[in-house]
Design a binder for this molecule. Structure first.
Ligand SMILES: *Cc1c(COP(=O)(O)O)cnc(C)c1O
Ligand code: SF4
Length: 321
């Protein structure tokens, strides 16, 4: 695949596409590069510098600020790492990072400071670790974005996971339904659909999309979710609370209804992890809690996401509401 066909890697090209004046570009000097899929970019309103989806991916100058309390390992990933790319923080569940690749670089990402590397021995190491960890009943594929793996790499990962008797559930955390849906669609190019189907036939498949704003959802995401539902996947969504993106009760309520409309239930709303360079996305707890009260009042209980923060050392995500 020619990268330029599917992605913007230059801010100048994105600005030209969005019909924005390039003179307005003042950018961060972060080592976390700029990247966005053309599919995601197509949902940004042209000519609008304040578009919420643009805000998610625009490397602003504010990223350069050193802010107290914001660090490169905000949620204690380093000490939870069992093997390179294998994290266990919670009982019975292990989270793996099989690839550093993403389909877009979300500027608020807590893993942005992590030096994820490609590990060619990953699948063998995982197999050995799982064999010695029979208490693990759920394997969470995270990243990066696990669906950015090549078909070959993803299939070999799935193959060893499906052979592990104690594993009952495979969970996938991904932004591809809204950023690169072709990789999941039944008839998509380089699609992982068959592998996902194999998982769903053998174990429980829990599919957690990451959608932050209702404008991210479209006909393609709807199709992705419908096809996944057909193979028996459980469809959940996580959102990060983000200033300038979704920090209003109306937006959060609309997001819950829009997800439900596509067959997905809201799972978590994450309070921002304090990674270096993300402070400009922070919504203070007091403001967030006031907002969540309004959200809770406006929604049926099953559409209210659990509002949580990850606290290093705690045995589960910490409920804030
Ligand atoms: C969030 C997380 C999980 C999953 O937690 P759930 O509450 O089951 O969704 C598992 N492992 C790690 C390292 C996590 O950060
Ligand atoms: S890991 Fe997820 S949140 Fe972070 S940059 Fe990649 S897609 Fe975005």
């Amino acid at each position: 695949m020619n990268k330029a066909d599917s992605f913007f890697t230059s801010l100048k090209d994105l600005y030209a596409y969005l019909e924005l004046p390039p003179a307005d570009i003042k950018v961060s000097n972060s080592s976390f590069s700029f990247l966005v899929s053309r599919h995601f970019a197509s949902k940004i309103q042209k000519g609008d510098l304040n578009d919420p989806l643009l805000h998610e991916i625009l490397p602003r100058e504010e990223e350069n600020l050193a802010v107290e309390g914001f660090s490169d390992d905000p949620v204690g990933d380093l000490e939870s790492e069992k093997e390179p790319g294998i994290l266990q923080k919670y009982e019975g569940r292990a989270l793996i990072e099989p690839t550093p690749a993403c389909s877009l670089h979300c500027r608020f990402c807590f893993r942005r400071g992590e030096n994820l590397r490609v590990n060619t021995k990953f699948v063998e190491e995982l197999e050995a670790w799982l064999a010695g960890s029979p208490e693990i009943h759920e394997l969470i594929l995270s990243g990066g974005d696990p669906l950015m793996l090549s078909q070959k790499a993803f299939n070999s990962l799935v193959q060893i996971a499906l052979q592990q008797e104690p594993l009952r559930t495979i969970r996938i955390h991904t932004r591809l339904p809204i950023s690169l849906p072709s990789r999941i669609l039944k008839n998509g190019k380089d699609s992982h659909f068959e592998a996902l189907q194999k998982i769903a036939q053998t174990k429980k498949l829990v599919f957690v999309s990451h959608v932050d704003h209702p404008n991210e959802l479209d006909e393609s995401s709807k199709k992705v979710f419908a096809e996944l539902k057909e193979i028996g996947a459980t469809l959940l969504n996580q959102t990060t609370l983000l200033k300038g993106v979704n920090d209003s009760p109306a937006t959060l309520v609309e997001l819950s209804f829009a997800l439900f409309n596509q067959g997905v239930l809201p799972y978590y709303l994450h309070q921002l992890d304090h990674a270096t360079g993300v402070a400009h996305f922070e919504v203070p707890d007091t403001e967030a809690l006031e907002m969540m009260e309004k959200v809770r009042n406006a929604l049926p209980g099953y559409l209210v996401p659990r509002f949580v923060r990850e606290i290093t050392g705690e045995k589960s995500k910490h409920p804030l509401l």
